[in-house]
Each structure stands twice: as structure tokens, then as C-alpha cells.
Design a protein around this ligand. Sequence first.
Ligand code: GLN
Length: 216
Amino acid sequence: MGRSPHVGVLGLQGDFAEHLHTLREIGADAIDVRRPEQLGDLDALIIPGGESTTIGKLAERYEIIPALRERIAEGMPVWGTCAGAIFMAKDVPGHPHPILSAMDISVERNAFGRQLDSFEADLTVPILGDTPVHAVFIRAPVIEAVGPDVDVLARLDDGRIVAVRERNVIATAFHPELADETRFHRLMATMATEHDDPGEGAGRRPHPTRRARNAS
Ligand code: GLN
């Protein structure tokens, strides 16, 4: 395909501007997404960090949750960072607002406590190559348990899980967009390209809106 992938960033709250900036830096067509009807035009979506309570509340108010679940079920790649990862999880004990329930993971919010509000770490992420990922954690969650179809992408030195993938969805407890780290965004752009190309990704049904767009 000749065009840049259309990668949305959910712009309801949080550090969506940093993700849009990183996406533009790598040549993706980056779109600030706030309305459910925008989802039909995307090849991939990033859900940023911020406050998962606020993101959940606003996503419900803007009626984004059903449309987003539908796009994920169709195979659209989605990546949630930090609050975005919390929003994606099926199980977040005590979470007061709606979440997407799109990934078979259990997540503990603010897992590093008050003493360690934020910290940085170099992580080994084998799918991104040998160079470690410099990861910024800010009031970060930890992924406490994963279902049978979930691959662990990265752990802290103490073994705690901080990045996972379940088919077309990825969750990271940290913020690559705050550390000049572009490899996760590049991975999303690659997954977006594969998702958009009907020749690849066997068994995937293109979204009707997307079919119309591609046909024109
Ligand atoms: N602590 C926030 C929450 O629970 C997440 C923080 C972040 O996204 N950096 O939603």
C-alpha cells in the first residue's frame, strides 16, 4: 500500500499530544480521536496515559466504548499506555468507572505506591530487538495476571509484568512517548499496515466504512 497508516490517539484526556507527536515523527498519519464515528476510518488506535477514571467516564459520555469494542473485535490494533492499559483490562479491582474490558488481564492501579510515584527503568522487550527500552513509569499500574492467550512482552527485574500483547491489542504500564522511544509506535504502524492490507491477516473482515474508503 502507498499511503501512511491512519493511527488515532484517543484524545479525551491525558498525554495524547505526545503520542500524536511521536506518530508524526515516524511518518504515520496521526489523528486526534474523540467521537465514535472517527473510529471507522482508523487503521490503529493508541489510548494514552492520564487518569483511567476520567478516561472511562468520558469514553462512556461520548459513547465510544461499544464502537471501540467492535473495532477491536474486527482486529484493529490498539495499544493502551498506563491509564490506557488500565482502561483496556477485563479486571481492575475497585475501578469506579466503565472500562473497555478488551484484554484478558488483571491490573492493579498505582501499584508502586506513594513512595515511588515515578521512576525509570531499562527493559528488555525481545519483540523490539536487543536494545533495551527506556521506560518511564508514572503512578503506574502493574499487570498482575494474564489469560492463556496473552503474551508477556516485558517484565521488571523483580518479575512483575509491565507489557503484554493479546492478538491485536497491546498494553504497557509505562510511557515510551515520554522517553524518545519510537519502537512501540513503529510496531503499531506496522500492525496498522498489515491490518489495512486485505491481502494479509487471513480471516479478517474489513470494516464497512473502511471498505467504502478503500474503494473510492
Ligand atoms: N494512576 C493513573 C490511573 O490509575 C495512571 C497514571 C498514568 O497514566 N501515568 O489511571
